[in-house]
Each structure stands twice: as C-alpha cells, then as structure tokens.
Ligand binder design. Structure first.
Ligand code: FES
Ligand code: MG
Length: 590
C-alpha cells in the first residue's frame, strides 16, 4: 500500500501522539494488538444491518464471520458495527421513516471512525438504499453484500411468495374464503427460512439493482440466504474490499449516470418494485448524478419484462438464482444493445466483461428477449392537474382490469369515473366496506395524506382493495391513486408516489369524493374534471383552514424528518444533505 490510508490519522499519527495513543488504547481492549493496529493494514468496516429486530437481514450476523475471514486473508482488519435497523414489516408507523435516519447515522459512522473501506450488508427493502446512499456521501471504497432471498414458500403444492400472498390472503379473508387462522397460516407459509422477501418486491429489486449498479460482486445478489454460495460470496466480498482500498476504487467511480441507466433498463426486465425510482433518485442525488423520473420512462418503458417472478409472474427467489440471476438478465439485455457496457463494477471489471457470457439457465424463469412476459414493461410517468408526477407499473395490469377499464374501442387507453377520497390508511380501513360510500366498479380510489410529510415517511398504502361486496362479485382491483407508495410485492396497477403530496398542499388536497377523474395512459395525463374557478375556490378555502391537516408527530425524528424531507419524485431525501458529497475527499478528515 503506497497511499496513506485515512485510518493512519487515528492509529499512526506522529504529529499527534497524544490522541494517537488514546485512539489506539480503546481498540486494544477487546484483543486487537498494537502491532496489528500500527501495521498499516487497511481497516475495513462491516456495516451490520442484521439484528433480532430485523429478521430479513439477521443472517448477516452469521455471514459477517465469513466476511471477516476474507478481509483477514487479504491483509485487512475488520471492525464490525451496527447500522440502525430497518424492518420493513415490523416498524411502525412505517419503515420508510427510517431510511433517511439510517443513512444519516451511517454517514456519521463511516466518516467519523478510522475506516478505509466498508462492507455494506444489504437486504430488506430500505437497508439497501440507506447503505448505498451513505457510502455515496462519504465515498470511501465500499462494497455491498446481499443477505439473499428466503427459500421459496409453499402451500398445498403452490409457491407462496412473501408479501404477494398477503394481498391474496386479505382478499380471501374479506370474501369469506378463509378464516383468521387460515389467513395467518397462508401468510406464514411464504417465509420458510432466513433471508428477505422471495418475491420481486423492493428487497429483490434493490439488491439486484445494487449488482447492476456495480456495487456488488457479479452473480451474488440473488443467491438464497441459506445457500452455501452465499457464505462463499461473503468471504469473497471481504477479500475484495481490501483490494478495492488498495486500488482506491470508490462509489463515485462506480455509480455513474451510465450505471444508473443500466439499473433503469434492468428494473423493467426484472419487473422491479415501484419503490426503485424513489431509492435510485435518492442515491443519484447523493452521489451527484443527474437522474430524473422522466429517465425511467425514456430508458425503461420500452424494455420488456423477462423475469417471471411474483407478483407479476409465477416463480420465486430460488428459481431466479437457479436460472442465472442478475448476470443472465443483464447478458440478455446486453445482446440487445441496451446496457452501457463500460460501466465499472466493484470487481474492477466492467459490467460488460462481467455479464457478456452469462446465459439464461431456465427460460421459463428468465425469458429471452424475443419471448417476454410483457412488452413495454417499464413505468409510465404521469402528470396533470392533480399532481406534477406519479408513476404507474403497467406490467401488472391484468386482463380483468384491462377488460373493465381499457376496453372502449374508441378510447382504449383511457378511462373516466367518480372518485372516493380517503385521508390516510386509517380512514380507508375504517370506511372501505361502508355501503354508504356507494363505491361501484366504475369508481377510482384516492389515498392522500400518505406521502413523506403526511404519514410521515410515506406509507405503502396506495394499493387499496375493493369493498367486500365488490370482491364477492369478482371485482378485485379498482384503480387507485395516491401520494403514498405501494409495496413492491403488490400486483395492483396503481398510480403512485404522486408528488407533491396533499400534506405539502398539492392539488391532491383539493379533490373531493364524487369528483370525476380522467386517466389517459397514452397521453400520460391524469385530469381532475373540475373547472378552474372551482379549484381556485377550494384552494382559497384550504388556505383559510391553514392547509391540509395531518396527524401530529409522535417522535422527535418524525418532526425532524417532516421538516427536511423532499417529495417522492426526487427521492424523498433530507433536503440539504445532498450538498455533502464525497466528504472523505472534499471535507478531509473529521
Ligand atoms: Fe424485509 Fe420483505 S419485509 S425484505
Ligand atoms: Mg415494501
């Protein structure tokens, strides 16, 4: 190692022997020796996201041992430390609140302690973006290790996918097809091992995209958590980070605009979660890459869906791995000229070199480009007088929905109808089955008060089920629109992430039940069919009332986040944080 490592400022600083002694002294107390700490070996952090509070990532507690062995073997010293846990399904009111908290805290750790490189242990939905965002801000050599998906879930001979089965089970419960016990059993069947959701939810999406971005060793994103290859991946990741420190290969060298565009293309082929545009926007802003929501439509919309995973398809995580995982998908896209091949990755090679020869091992699970599951599978970006931007995942529009809403031969891409408005998920749960609302199969459901400020954090609640009486008539999905998010494991063709949100006094705050709405997918327009005068009068009344009302904060962090958070279309980051970029270089040592 010829370059002077940043850890030397702590452990080997002749100009400040006073502090050096203090820094050294405390890291000795659990058994590291003076010789080791003063040897000039790179100090590698293992950012540990696993804990009993976060079962999806808990297996990282085991994998960390193999990461350490890799680090040690390559000549580094490992220091493992906790990352603020984020459990998607366990954290109330929503785990989305904690992405920015974990980000901010991890920046402090990577920057403020004697670390030369870091292994990011990723997994459950927000843990992956939180870790990558922090690594981007500090910009020291960093490599991600996915914890991997759970084994496939099974129930009565059929695959049950995590998250996805919940939506189905809820509908079955509401329709009286199963009882409470049956509901719990069906849902539990989808989680048979350690690991994250085995569907193409936000976890599989974000870990796959971390690999496409170049931040993970090729082929490692999709290895199931309990598989022996996952242990080997941990070991190789530990070895590689030491070399990366030697090469000074940093997140800013890897996460370029080219690699983000590759991620957008891959996201469509994966059938990626609607949370991906939010997290990639956030990551791009922290690493300093221009990326707009429009890029998703421009580069992603025309890409077909190749990966046949639930919720859009049939299979689950084990199958995806067996079929070749991310390299097989990227390789197939590459043969169509859709991948920017020169984008660099953590192994020091380009994505082109990594994936060129990767082949699809099971064409039922990963389809070939000329036999896709869905054509034009990327997101649509919609706008209009109700919001400036929202996205829609068109790959999950089913036949039932298409026949009901998109079958008018004179107007095949548009539909129109009255709306019913809910203010937050509690309001929706309390009233959805109330016959007084008079919801018919021509109605559209609007969820507001569910954005980054309103909820706060932005709840995954936009995909609302139809009232029980419609479900019994076979109407499963009504069009849903909202300023919140939708779980990546849901198969609803909702219009999501509408920005600005009602709580920021966007036009969504003005809509009333009974208003008519027109959605034109071809024109990418959502129009509230209301006169300008009426809208202006409602705006005046809203302002006179002090703006859109939302519940008060319950914790200090909720208040801090609400004051600083931006809207979903620009990543919902802490506004102002993006000016702290590449701080290890630009700000020097703390
Ligand atoms: Fe953690 Fe799905 S709940 S990955
Ligand atoms: Mg989720």
């Amino acid at each position: 190692m010829t370059r002077k490592l940043r850890s030397r400022a702590w452990f080997d600083n002749p100009d400040n022997i006073d502090m050096t002694a203090l820094y050294l002294e405390r890291y000795l107390n659990f058994g590291l020796s003076l010789t080791e700490l003063r040897s000039g070996k790179p100090i590698i952090g293992i950012a540990q996201t696993g804990s009993d509070l976060s079962p999806c990532n808990r297996h990282h507690l085991v994998l960390a041992e193999r990461i350490r062995e890799g680090i040690r073997e390559a000549g580094g010293i490992a220091l493992e430390f906790p990352v603020h846990p984020i459990q998607e399904t366990g954290k109330r009111p929503t785990a989305a609140l904690d992405r920015n908290l974990a980000y901010m805290a991890l920046v402090e750790l990577i920057y403020g302690y004697p670390l030369d490189g870091v292994v990011l242990t990723t997994g459950c939905d927000k843990t992956t973006p939180a870790c990558l965002m922090a690594a981007a801000t500090v910009d020291i050599p960093s490599i991600a290790l996915s914890v991997g998906p759970m084994l496939n879930g099974w129930h009565k001979g059929e695959r049950t996918g995590s998250g996805t089965i919940v939506w189905k089970a809820r509908e079955m419960l509401a329709a009286g097809e199963i009882d409470d016990e049956g509901f719990i059993k069906l849902v539990a069947s989808s989680a048979p091992s350690t690991g994250y959701c085995n569907t193409m939810g936000t976890a599989t999406t974000m870990n796959s995209l971390a690999e496409v971005l170049g931040m993970m060793l090729p082929g490692t994103a999709t290895i199931p958590a309990p598989h022996r290859d996952r242990q080997e991946a941990a070991y190789l990741t530990g070895k590689r980070i030491v070399e990366m420190v030697d090469e000074d290969l940093k997140p800013s060298d890897i996460m370029t605009r080219d690699s983000f565009l590759n991620a957008i293309v891959a996201s469509s082929a994966l059938g990626g979660s609607t949370n991906a545009p939010i997290h990639l926007a956030a990551l791009a802003r922290h690493v300093g890459v221009e990326l707009s929501l429009k890029d998703w439509e421009e580069f992603g919309h025309a890409v077909p869906l190749l990966v046949n995973l639930q919720p859009a398809g049939e299979y689950l995580g084990e199958d995806f791995f067996r079929a070749g995982g991310v390299p097989a998908v990227v390789g197939e896209l590459m043969r169509q000229g859709l991948i920017r091949e020169s984008a660099m990755t953590v192994n020091g090679r380009t994505i082109g070199d990594n994936c060129r020869d990767a082949e699809i091992e099971d064409a039922a699970v990963i389809r070939s480009f000329d036999n896709p599951l869905v054509k034009d599978a990327g997101f649509l970006v919609l706008c209009g007088n109700l919001f400036d931007a929202a996205i829609m995942k068109t790959s999950v529009i089913g036949d039932e929905f298409r026949n009901r809403y998109l079958s008018d031969p004179d107007d095949p891409d548009a539909f129109e109808g009255p709306v019913v408005v809910f203010d937050g998920p509690e309001d929706y749960h309390a009233r959805i089955d109330d016959p007084a609302l008079g919801i018919t199969d021509r109605h559209m459901l609007i969820m507001r008060g569910a954005g980054p400020i309103g909820y706060p954090g932005a709840a995954e609640v936009v995909n609302m089920r139809a009232p029980a009486y419609l479900l019994r008539d076979g109407v499963r999905a009504l069009p849903c629109i909202g300023d919140g998010r939708q779980s990546g494991t849901s198969a609803s063709p909702s219009i999501l992430n509408a920005s600005p949100e009602a709580a920021a006094n966007g036009p969504l705050a003005l809509v009333e039940s009974g208003d008519r709405l027109r959605i034109d997918l071809k024109a990418r327009q959502v129009t509230l069919l209301i006169g300008e005068d009426e809208l202006a009068a409602r705006r005046e009344a809203l302002e006179a009332n002090g703006g859109y009302a939302y519940p008060e904060s319950q914790t200090p962090w909720q208040e801090v986040q609400r004051a600083l958070v931006g809207q979903l279309d620009s990543g919902a980051i802490l506004e102002g944080a993006e000016k702290y970029r590449r701080i290890a270089a630009t700000k020097g040592l703390p």
